[in-house]
Design a protein. Structure first.
Length: 265
């Protein structure tokens, strides 16, 4: 897009909730804010906004190398290549990344979401990029469940990476997304067998991505990325004190194989 048009990217503000339902009853909610960054206007957003840099050090930074394989390759290009490998024709699709920026140089994203919308604006595919506190990353594709074609986008995936010391490796994720003009709701429910282990939900209002909105978000929650990693440790400690069984981390022995591109459909 040119510098003259309005940004499609948005600022997201709201709440994140986690509820654990296995071995203990544990529920908490905290405030959070995210970028919903249109990957085709990353450079434009960096030029337009004084508080956010997409090319160097600043109060708020967005870096492509914080995502996917860490190569720094333009994310719009990388995600479209992945979608083509899955059989889509995404040349004209809009791809938005829901993620934390770096704040004062620090970022930790437990999960970022790529919302892949077609030319008509319909959500066609969701990619979840999951990071754990051991520096490992796994990328999950969530194609829409053809049995559910209503307003709520539904999908599922099999867990492939250690994330929480309180959840077994053999688990599955169920995803739901309600993608509306004024708000975004994303929830993931995790199951071990038939038993629900974790419910996590982001309930976020959409705002224009402007310096004024970024300043307000920073005033309310100035160290949102640091707060996230601190809360992970704090809640893990509380669960450990409650006697919830701890699963030890085992380093991953493999890297995810790249997806080969196939003819688009």
């Amino acid at each position: 897009m040119s510098d003259g048009g309005a940004l499609r990217s948005r600022l997201l503000r709201g709440q994140v909730r986690h509820r654990r339902g296995r071995h203990t009853d544990y529920d908490f909610t905290h405030s959070a804010w995210y970028l919903e960054l249109d990957l085709d206007e990353v450079e434009v957003a960096g030029r337009r906004l004084r508080l956010l840099s997409t090319s160097g050090r600043h109060l708020l930074e967005f870096r492509a190398r914080d995502h996917l394989d860490g190569s720094g390759r333009p994310l719009a290009e990388a995600v479209r290549a992945r979608l083509r490998g899955l059989g889509y024709a995404p040349a004209e699709w809009r791809i938005a990344l829901v993620t934390y920026p770096r704040v004062l140089g620090f970022v930790f994203n437990p999960v970022s979401f790529y919302l892949c919308r077609d030319e008509a604006g319909a959500l066609r595919h969701v990619i979840a990029e999951v990071n754990n506190t051991h520096g490992e990353r796994e990328v999950y594709d969530f194609p829409r469940d053809p049995a559910h074609q209503g307003s709520v986008y539904r999908s599922h995936a099999t867990k492939r990476m250690y994330v929480s010391p309180f959840i077994e490796a053999d688990a599955r994720y169920e995803l739901r997304v309600l993608d509306e003009p004024e708000r975004l709701q994303i929830s993931i429910t995790e199951y071990e067998g038939s038993e629900q282990t974790l419910f996590a939900r982001m309930l976020l209002g959409r705002r224009a991505l402007t310096d004024g909105e970024l300043a307000q978000a920073l005033a309310r929650d100035p160290l949102v990325t640091l707060k996230t990693i601190v809360l992970i440790g704090w809640h893990a400690l509380r669960l450990r004190i409650r006697g919830v069984r701890w699963q030890r981390h085992r380093p991953r022995a493999r890297k995810a194989a790249p997806i080969e591109e196939t003819p688009a459909r």
